[in-house]
Design a protein around this ligand. Sequence first.
Ligand SMILES: NC(=O)c1ccc[n+]([C@@H]2O[C@H](COP(=O)([O-])OP(=O)(O)OC[C@H]3O[C@@H](n4cnc5c(N)ncnc54)[C@H](O)[C@@H]3O)[C@@H](O)[C@H]2O)c1
Ligand SMILES: O=C(O)CC[C@@H](O)C(=O)O
Length: 531
Amino acid sequence: MSAAPKVLISDKLSPAAIAIFQRRGIEVDFKPGLKPAELREIIGNYDGLAIRSATKVTREVLEVASRLKVVGRAGIGVDNVDVSSATARGVVVMNTPHGNAITTAEHAIAMIFALARQLPEASASTKAGKWEKNRFMGVEVSGKTLGLIGAGNIGSIVANRAVGLHMKVIAFDPFLSEKRAVELGVEKVDLDTLVARADFITLHAPYTEQTKNILNRERLFAMKKGARLINCARGGLVDEAALFEALQSGHLAGAALDVFETEPATDSPLFGLENVVCTPHLGAATAEAQENVALQVAEQMSDFLLTGAVSNAINMPSVTAEEAPRLRPYMELARLLGALSGQLTAAQGEEIKAIHVAYEGQAAELNQRPLTAAALAGVLTPMMGAVNMVNAPVVARERGIEVAETVLERSGDYATLVRVTVVTQALRRSVAGTLVGTGKPRLVEIKDIAVEADFAPHMLYVTNQDRPGFIGRFGMTLADAGINIATFHLGRNAPGGDAICLVGLDAPVPEQVLATVRALPLVVRATPLAF
Ligand SMILES: NC(=O)c1ccc[n+]([C@@H]2O[C@H](COP(=O)([O-])OP(=O)(O)OC[C@H]3O[C@@H](n4cnc5c(N)ncnc54)[C@H](O)[C@@H]3O)[C@@H](O)[C@H]2O)c1
Ligand SMILES: O=C(O)CC[C@@H](O)C(=O)O
């Protein structure tokens, strides 16, 4: 008989999680507050790691986690987990969407009032015996404009509560459809409009490459004079140094921050400002939310460790034990094709209208639902952070993205083929792939141009004019930067027409090398890709 799986809980989870693991026959250790070195020392003893936001599951931790099969995040954001390292090591990463959404939305609303009526300062002054009735003149929120950056689970609840407070709510979210905006009672606007119009701005977007410093210096100073900012999402969404200046100069009237660039945040120039309200990442800290996420993460991790069932995984599609062997390579192919389309779409900041997935030949005989879900998760993840196979179809539907599947039983040039097409306002971009050997994904077509390329962790996709001179200059640019080319694939639609070049690299391309490639003659666009 094999030994019971062993789980480490390394953050302060509700005791409900311990009770569930024990009831399901899983050995559990509760050790919150471990230092990184202490975690590295013991992680090799565990099959599962249950965390909140304090534990950083870094590559260094994963490297010594020889038994680890699953990381369960009791919460939403997985930016404290190195998901690509976990994936590379075959460790499933799960989260618990929805469980803390109401609580976090309520915290954001509380922050709006804390700022509008200077509650923390007024409380401190009163307790100090000062009775400064004239010092704390507030503003009403009724009739004011609230700007939401991100209108997903939490943003939607904030919108609902704010509408109830008679605020005018405007929202920027690339995935918010007009229909959903009407349902929420919000006006969909672009980011510049939101920044210029809002009296209060509240952030509810994930931390991704696209959202990093979304409120940079320029945008902070483009906010209305006297506006107020609330951040209960992630610290890295706002440039903290620029925020300090905007507050100190009186351009902004106040900021309420639950999250910080570096956490725990024990020291910050922002702490010295009277018009700043701070909480220590308390957005999800209610008994109700912590019970929800603890129960959910413990059940999901137990199911996985005991039966192999996968739900709410960020990096692995859900699948039953019987289907697994045949479906798994196709799911990986669909995800990779989606990830390619999603990265190309995100790089151009395009809003997705539709995603079509076509199955030809042997692929047409399979259960396509998990495959389409894997393709959708691949497309949506670069823009949305933590979309998985389970929530991808719902996320697409809520955002008004049309999803279609086509099945063609006869095969063309390939015995089996999956094609993912992303439709935006401006264009329709298809990529297709097949399986070779014992199930290895291979890319065979981009934008109707034939290629034969394997996916690699770091790639660079270049579109160029098909004229002599490009390949030499391109190769030299990478060589001069000391970047080794592992694979090199070319394709074109016609002699002298549009050409594509896809290279696999041993390392990511630094920003300045990318700028040099983009400036080369004949280059139309260059997009770094990661798989
Ligand atoms: N303070 C806390 O304790 C706490 C608690 C829960 C969640 N969070 C944070 O809040 C975030 C949002 O949570 P959620 O449950 O609403 O997630 P969600 O996935 O339901 O919603 C995120 C929304 O952000 C949108 N988005 C993606 N890229 C964007 C961009 N560039 N600009 C504007 N919007 C963009 C998405 O389309 C989506 O609608 C999480 O990612 C997490 O980091 C913080
Ligand atoms: O665990 C917490 O306290 C915070 C959770 C929150 O940041 C999340 O992303 O769900």
